[in-house]
Write a protein that binds this ligand. Sequence first.
Ligand SMILES: C[S@@+](CC[C@H](N)C(=O)[O-])C[C@H]1O[C@@H](n2cnc3c(N)ncnc32)[C@H](O)[C@@H]1O
Length: 387
Amino acid sequence: MSATAGAAGGRPPDEPVASTLMMRLRSLRNRLLASPRFQRWAAAFPLTRPVARRHTRELFDLVAGFVYSQTLAACVRLDLFERLAAGGPATSATLAAACDVPADRLEVLLRAAAALRLLERDPGGAWDLGPLGAALRGNPGVVAMIRHHALLYEDLRDPVALLRDGGPTTLGAFWGYAGAEVPAALAGQAVGDYSTLMAVSQQLVAEEILAAYPLRRHRRLLDVGGGHGAFTSAVAAQVPDLDLAMFDLPAVAAQAREHLGQAGLGERIEVYGGDFFKDSLPGGADVITLVRIVHDHDDDAVRRLLRAVYAALPPGGRLLLAEPMAETRRAEPAGDAYFGVYLLAMGSGRPRSRQVLEAMLVEAGFARVRERRTYTPLLTRLLVAER
Ligand SMILES: C[S@@+](CC[C@H](N)C(=O)[O-])C[C@H]1O[C@@H](n2cnc3c(N)ncnc32)[C@H](O)[C@@H]1O
């Protein structure tokens, strides 16, 4: 029933008054906002002008967002931020020669990057890092994701086809386990690229988790889906007396052993290979971590995984579930738009809200599910559940 029909026909008897009122107000607002006459009036009237400008800017950013992203991608691929950080401010001509791009065309990119606060221009005309370009230098994981987005970009070329088809995607091929019948049979070359990408971006996530939850109280930690061991390595550096183990697909586990051995952590971190949907998880840990794991999988698979984690913990043992979540206040575009579409393209999983995850944890048998606040909920939130 449309809101107009609702207004004419009266509200259904079981519909709460507040929600009917909200629907009517929303319908009125939307009719106003869609009217070119109202738009012109709101832009001209001094009291509504700031809101009208903000809306126009928000809408323009949505329309043009892919151009901003590709501007950023070009800067990263041309190593502009690294060049400026290493060599200091440089003229357009110097940068054009270094990047092997005609000067007049590079100038377009430099100006675009300055408008996006990635670069800044000195009064003398030389280019330098802007605040966002400078911040990216401290975030190699984000830079790796920008490069990786070339794959997602291919899958989003026709977003409606992606929605309708659900067929094979570039991203699905990259994340080998996403559509694999037997993920444990994946070979080293099928898991190496995604594991490296995850390892580069793990440092920041590990810092968030370690700052939010004191692991000192535990005896042994098992990181399930531990990749190349980046999270357990970060824990090893901060919590000296904790026994550490990780579990991942056999090919990933083999690579983890190599990386950890090279880092001198081969003795400290025990590595298990297997399929967490088929094989039972090793016992003995009083805390198990699932870091950026659950959102990769569909609901039935997650239920199985949570039950397996529950079975591997002793009474009183804890599960730490850390990942970006849907419906995260002030980070909705990250949780619901970015991860929602990313995981759709990957062909498996979905971002879940805290409430949905909590319900799944309780269903698996866990009690006392609590959220520990992280510094950057956009990057990861953290739920702690007790067996
Ligand atoms: C998105 S990555 C996260 C890696 C790491 N926890 C991090 O945050 O950097 C997901 C990990 O789960 C592992 N994985 C996926 N399916 C698995 C399965 N069925 N059994 C064991 N590990 C699996 C992958 O190999 C990968 O290392």
